[in-house]
Design a protein. Sequence first.
Length: 172
Amino acid sequence: MKRINPKLLRAIAILISAAALVFLSNGCASTPDEEPVPEAPTSEFDDASASKTKTTAAVNSALVDIATIYFDFDKSDIRSDAVDSLRVGATALKESGAKIVIAGHTDNRGSEEYNLALGERRAASVRRYLTNLGVNMDQLTIVSYGEIRSAVQGNNETAWAKNRRAEFKVVD
C-alpha cells in the first residue's frame, strides 16, 4: 500500500479548515438580507428602489479593495509602507459593512508548522490593526496558508519578499 505524504495531508487539512471558516463566517441563511423585489410593480418607477437595494451590497463590497501588504523576514509587524493601504481599507470596510478574509502567507523557509503559525500571526496583526482603526471584528476572518500558496516561485530574496504577505478577499 502506498503511503501518502504527511505534508500533503496537512496541506489538505488546512485547506479544508479554511473553507470551513469561510463557510461558517458567511452563515447558513438561504435567503438574502435584502428586501424582496415586488412581483408586480404598481408603476414603472416602483421597481427602481428595489433594484437599488438589491445591488447596494454588491456595490459596497466592490468598493473594498485592499492591496496586498508585505512583511519583513520572520516578522508580523505592520510595516510603514502598508499603513495608507490599511487606512483606506478600514474606511471602506466601515462604510460598506463588507466582510473579508485576511490570509497570512510566508516564504518557504522554516518548517511547515512554524510557517503556519507565522502566517496566522501576520493575519492576526492585520486584523488587530483594522479593528484599532474602528472596523467591526465581525467583519474580519483570518486564515493562514503558511508557505503553501506562493505568489512567486523561487529561492531568492525577491521571491521570498513577495511571498511574505497578507491578502484580502471580500466574502458575501
